[in-house]
Design a protein around this ligand. Structure first.
Ligand code: IVH
Length: 670
């Protein structure tokens, strides 16, 4: 093949492969078999190697194809990724404008207004116009390297378009929001339910869950989109205002939200805010507010940051979207701790683009407080999450035929007595073998925040429980393809996938495993503390109440729940079964604590420039020190940031060593 013929064939192959990518990844409806696709890809790869051309960067060979990772590596941002201060009312917006004018000592401020997307912030590094690496926001300083996954987003340029208007920077960080459109989310959620996976609660979770997949092929199947809205660190080019940045991003080939607007008067911004509030219902993606940014970059620099929020920007949040609908029934769900939760079944209604038909009513006190009855017309609202809440009853719509709801005195699932213990809002089913509780327990174990076993959502785990294949989470590891196929003879592929997912889940991080066990009062945070402090499941199981309460943040109630859980004979058996099946949580790296700050106690006051307080706290704790909120005679250091409070005066009066930010950084530098 000569060069010209190769060029023709290369273009042809790229088009064919793009077409099949779309069929496979976006429409979920492939036309050709995998091996045929692989052959096309291979042919293209070979030709591109022999005849490299200018369009190589945007070739399908450069997008999908990397092998799954074991874990993400971390990527440090060249300049920190900041967050935004929030405003919830027009008054706060006006205050912001007044403040800026005063600080800048000028009367005319130009702003840029942008829709605030509800997704996941990412930072993309381009060098000499080429996409090099990309990461999630993480803690603002370091994120997870999700380069391969970002490459699967078809609108993300792998190569910056050259233009004469602006030179290409040698190196530039471009920032934006990865998101999923509402319709795609609903479609994905329906598919997940069918395949036995948990649905995502909101577009943000869906975007995050999709971008943080170790296998880029899975990300490629998720219809992710991206809008870029800022530049981080950059060398070789200068901009004078933010509007110019956005226009340049467009000319470089980046998708930028078309609803951005330049604004020279705060009243026009209020109009924009109201307009967007109306428009949001008809947008294909979810926005939770509008961001207001000072246009002049020099002024931005001058205004600086307070803690991790820039003084020159404001996130103006919309109120939650509300709709009216009718409650046709109230049903009871039994949770894994036996708690009976009343749930309103409603006439389906679209709230902010998402169809909803259920809302949790939390508990009987809540029903009484809001006086919710079956047959009531109610106002419901959704604030980001797909699951809405009932705001109030529309009393003017009462006909007198509404029925007051009575909580059952027996468990609707197993018929056992239910009790409401003193000081508790929930009634609980007291039967430890209540099938609803066990099903919930297994579902919780496999859920995303637990061991995240793909293909084992609510429906599927309930099915295997009902078929008596499993009666506790440890039984999952004794399932075989053969046993499962007896129940689901047609589902060979998904059965194999499930068995593989179970195999993969056998060495979970210790904190995930502890959380997944579903011990009462042990949420994700406590599970992390236990893992960090005790290091192994054996140590946790062997702990007495006193050992546990000696740990910072673990009180007697949590400690008692843990000890009770592991002394329950049934649970002991389950733990043994896990062990026999080879389920061995990874020993947590009990942080071999650097003991530099052992026994030293810190109090922070005022904002730090270089990091949020949570990061500073983590640094101190990593080095063996403690962080307290009040200054006492026992405090070793008070770290004073910008605009410190009364803690500083107290420190002075007690003669405690005071550190400024620089001294603190020196003391903790490793
Ligand atoms: S600017 C200092 N612009 O909102 C600048 N953020 O609450 C920080 N977001 O982490 C970001 N749309 O994930 C900016 N047009 C927009 C945005 C936006 C959504 C998110 C972003 C950020 C969070 C801050």
């Amino acid at each position: 093949m000569d060069k010209d013929a190769a060029a023709v064939r290369i273009t042809q192959l790229r088009n064919i492969i793009e077409y099949h990518n779309n069929r496979y990844y976006q429409q979920d409806n492939p036309e050709i078999a995998d091996h045929e696709y692989d052959r096309l890809m291979q042919e293209l790869q070979e030709l591109e190697k022999l005849y490299p051309d200018d369009n190589l960067a945007s070739s399908p060979t450069q997008r999908v194809g990397a092998a799954p990772l074991n874990k993400f590596s971390s990527m440090e941002h060249l300049s920190p990724m900041l967050s935004l201060a929030n405003a919830f009312s027009p008054e706060e917006i006006i205050d912001f404008d007044t403040r800026i004018k005063k600080l800048a000592a000028i009367d005319n401020i130009t702003y840029v207004a942008e829709p605030k997307l509800d997704g996941l912030a990412v930072n993309l590094l381009y060098e000499n116009g080429r996409f090099i690496r990309g990461a999630t926001r993480g803690d603002g300083f370091t994120g997870e390297d999700v380069t391969q996954n970002l490459k699967t987003i078809s609108t993300l340029p792998i190569q910056i378009k050259k233009n004469s208007y602006k030179n290409m920077p040698h190196s530039v960080e471009i920032r934006g929001e990865v998101f999923m459109e509402v319709e795609s989310l609903q479609k994905l959620n329906r598919r997940r339910l069918d395949e036995g996976d948990e649905p995502f609660a909101n577009p943000r979770n869906a975007a995050a869950g999709s971008l943080r997949q170790l296998d880029p092929k899975i990300t490629a199947r998720r219809p992710l989109k991206i809008f870029l809205y800022a530049i981080g660190s950059m060398s070789g080019v200068n901009f004078s205002n933010h509007w110019e940045v956005l226009q340049t991003l467009i000319s470089w080939g980046f998708p930028v939200n078309p609803l951005i607007q330049k604004i020279d008067d705060i009243n026009k911004y209020l109009e924009y805010f109201t307009h967007m509030g109306e428009l949001r219902k008809s947008l294909p993606y979810e926005i939770d507010g509008v961001v207001l940014k000072v246009d002049d970059l020099e002024l931005q620099e001058k205004l600086g940051n307070v803690s991790r929020n820039p003084r020159w920007a404001l996130a103006c949040k919309f109120p939650a979207t509300q709709e009216t609908t009718l409650i046709s029934d109230i049903i009871i769900q039994v949770g894994r701790t036996g708690a009976l939760t009343p749930v309103a079944v409603m006439e389906p209604v679209i709230v902010g683009g998402v169809t909803v038909s259920r809302a949790t009513l939390h508990n009987e006190d809540e029903i009484l407080k809001k006086d919710i009855r079956i047959g009531d017309t109610v106002i419901i609202q959704r604030a980001g999450d797909v699951i809405p809440e009932v705001v109030k009853v529309v009393l003017s719509k009462r006909t007198g035929k509404e029925i007051e709801f009575q909580m059952p005195v027996h468990c609707p699932e197993c018929g056992s007595d239910v009790v409401r213990e003193e000081g508790e809002v929930a009634r609980r089913c007291i039967n430890l073998s209540c099938p609803a509780q066990i099903k919930e327990n297994i579902r919780h174990f496999a859920s995303r925040s637990g061991l995240d076993i793909e293909g084992l959502g609510e429906k599927i785990s309930a099915k295997y429980f009902d078929a008596q294949l499993i009666s506790d989470p440890a039984d999952l590891y004794y399932l075989t393809e053969e046993k499962l196929l007896k129940i689901n003879p047609k589902a060979k592929k998904s059965t194999q996938n499930l068995i593989a997912a179970l195999q993969r889940s056998k060495n979970p991080p210790l904190n995930k495993f502890i959380y997944a066990l579903g011990i009462r009062n042990v949420g994700e945070h406590v599970a992390k503390i236990l893992a960090r402090e005790l290091g192994s499941i054996e140590n946790i199981m062997a702990s007495m109440v006193d050992d546990l309460t000696a740990i910072h943040e673990i009180g007697p109630e949590i400690a008692t729940s843990i000890v009770q859980f592991f002394s329950e004979p049934k649970n002991k058996q389950v733990m043994e079964k896990f062990l026999r099946a080879g389920v061995i949580p990874q020993e947590a790296t009990v942080i071999v604590k650097d003991s530099t700050l052992q026994g030293k106690s810190f109090v922070f006051t005022g904002a730090m420039e270089s990091m949020p307080r949570s990061t500073a706290k983590a640094i101190v704790e990593k080095l063996g020190g403690l962080v307290h909120s009040t200054t006492t005679g026992k405090t070793t250091y008070v770290v004073a940031g910008r605009e410190p409070g009364s803690k500083l005066d107290k420190a002075r009066s007690l003669g405690i060593t005071i550190l400024d930010e620089e001294e603190f950084l020196k003391l903790t530098a490793r």
